[in-house]
Ligand binder design. Structure first.
Ligand SMILES: Cc1cc2nc3c(=O)[nH]c(=O)nc-3n(C[C@H](O)[C@H](O)[C@H](O)COP(=O)(O)OP(=O)(O)OC[C@H]3O[C@@H](n4cnc5c(N)ncnc54)[C@H](O)[C@@H]3O)c2cc1C
Length: 500
């Protein structure tokens, strides 16, 4: 059935079948579609996306200054060169993804405004039945697929996380979460408090500082930042030499990844030295008299939480100029005029922004069933952070924290395409990860070790995530540098894969 006939079939209310169904058209879903089209020609597939357009995170987040906090040579796909400054705005990322869709004729495979509501596996038919609702018409649609590729991200798109503080309702001005930025929010010449000090706050503050009267970053505890020029020397040099962009992309990626690996290792082997590197870069912007110990020296080891890159030190320049400031304190309660801190000081504001993170959502709010039984992913053990014990023909893309997410989109896609090819060649219809006899006494642990990585949204939502074992096969080890070699070497005949 061609794409047009399929669309007509949907209009008639028929169930459509695709070999592969992708949930979401963010950077993961579009990457999955590209790899299927190029590595598995002849495979029918569709991506169902709840939003009106592609882009995921980069289209749903509309706050001032929205940009990446990792470089686009590695946040971009391995197959499509990134040719501009490494830290990119959301519109630049969307343009890049749009080009990937156009250049590879992926548009006919993506259906927008389709929210997947349920996914039910039947071992009798070896099929997932996927139900979706059109957000424009309310129409209920049904699809079947042999393989479900979950690219729906890791947080709830409908609502961000805002803690409940006392007397929030008393505050007279707007309280805004960056995930739901009101288009008409006028902050010119207003006093703004941004609660939080993660990547979002660090992006918002320099962007708002230009126009508002003053912006205060209110944090309970400090965060590490990296800073430097928004340029990659080797890329600039190679460009001057008129080297082909494909080469520049690959060489620049390798250099960035090499340096990131060295830095990550340093944070484990010599945490104090790594800390010193990070803090001296901040001091270079703010000067020796600034209280870096209070406002920019976290208590945790570097890399236990994500380290945002601050291009050209713009956050620190905002602070230096006096348009932005940092307060490290705890909130006692909201007042009519602003926020009363535990220290007794009151911060006044016209607008309060809660850059307090998001809600982890492992299943895209999709109701799952396997052979008539409700599926709770928390009851499963993950196979390399992408498949789950007892769940047939399903892969989830969950990227890296210490490296760009998209590196894993490409790696997982290579694996899926190889797996699909293997299943085709061997004539099997079903693959289910299962603990091997030698894994049965393996301790089952939370998805990630908090000693290793412990941002708030992970700690709040860990109970929703699958379990991990203590062997490389049974965990998402967050180590791109190991996985880039391990993934291509995965033995598809391993007993961890049960075929049927
Ligand atoms: C503000 C912000 C900045 C970030 N910056 C970086 C960065 O610089 N570097 C980095 O590595 N990571 C970054 N991240 C993490 C980032 O989310 C990922 O890197 C990446 O964009 C995730 O892509 P994705 O396609 O997997 O998921 P998403 O971008 O979340 O896209 C998932 C898509 O699936 C759709 N969807 C979800 N559920 C359903 C459903 N039931 N039915 C149909 N469609 C559904 C959603 O509408 C969405 O469009 C950032 C995150 C945020 C929030």
């Amino acid at each position: 059935m061609n794409v047009q006939t399929q669309i007509e079939a949907t209009a008639r209310g028929a169930t459509e079948h695709f070999d592969v169904l992708i949930a979401g058209a963010g950077i993961s879903g579009v990457g999955a579609a590209y790899h299927l089209a190029t590595q598995c020609p002849g495979t029918t597939f569709v991506a169902l996306e709840a939003q009106k357009t592609f882009g995921g995170t980069w289209t749903t987040h509309r706050y001032p200054g929205i940009r990446s906090d990792s470089d686009l040579h590695t946040f971009g796909y391995r197959f499509k060169p990134w040719t501009s400054a490494p830290i990119a705005s959301a519109p630049e990322i969307l343009k890049y993804m749009g080009d990937v869709i156009e250049e590879n004729n992926l548009a006919p495979h993506i259906r927008y405004q389709h929210t997947i509501t349920s996914a039910k596996w039947s071992s009798e038919e070896n099929l997932w039945t996927i139900e979706a609702t059109r957000t424009d018409t309310g129409e209920k649609l049904r699809f079947t697929t042999s393989f479900f590729w979950m690219c729906q991200g890791y947080y709830r798109h409908t609502e961000g996380y805002t803690p409940e503080w006392k007397d929030m309702a008393k505050f007279k001005g707007p309280i805004v979460h960056p995930q739901k930025w009101p288009e008409d929010l006028d902050y010119r010449n207003k006093r703004v408090i941004v609660i939080g000090s993660g990547a979002t706050a660090a992006t918002l503050i320099p962007a708002m500082a230009k126009d508002c009267a003053h912006v205060t970053m209110l944090q309970r505890s400090p965060t590490y930042f990296r800073t430097g020029r928004n340029a990659i020397e080797i890329a600039e040099e190679l460009r001057k030499l008129q080297v082909d962009e494909t080469w520049i992309h690959e060489i620049t990626r390798r250099k960035i990844l090499f340096e990131q690996d060295a830095f990550t290792k340093k944070t484990f082997a010599e945490p104090e030295a790594a800390k010193k590197d990070l803090l001296s870069a901040v001091e270079a912007y703010l000067g020796k008299d600034y209280d870096i110990a209070t406002h920019f020296t976290p208590k945790y080891r570097p890399w236990r939480q994500r380290i945002a890159f601050i291009p050209d030190g713009d956050l620190f320049q905002g602070i230096k100029s006096g348009k932005a400031s940092v307060v490290t304190d705890e909130i006692d309660r909201f007042t009519e005029k602003g926020i009363l801190l535990k220290s007794g000081k009151e911060l006044e504001a016209d607008i309060i922004v809660t850059a307090t993170g998001f809600n982890l959502c492992a299943n895209g709010d999709i109701e799952f069933e396997v052979d008539g039984k409700p599926l709770d992913f928390a009851d499963t053990v993950t196979y390399r952070g992408m498949m789950f014990t007892g769940v047939p023909n399903l892969v989830w893309v969950f990227g890296y924290f210490r490296a760009s997410w998209t590196l894993r989109v490409d790696l997982v896609a290579d694996f899926v395409c190889r797996l699909l090819q293997h299943m085709k060649e061997t004539g099997v219809k079903k693959v289910t990860p299962q603990l091997r006899p030698e894994d049965h006494n393996m301790p089952l642990l939370p998805w990630i070790d908090p000693e290793n990585f412990n941002p708030g949204y992970m700690m709040r939502g860990m109970n929703l995530l699958p379990k991990r074992g203590d062997k490389p096969e049974w965990q998402h080890n967050q180590d791109y540098w190991a996985e880039k070699d391990e993934f291509p070497a995965i033995d598809l005949k391993d007993k961890a894969f049960v075929y049927g």
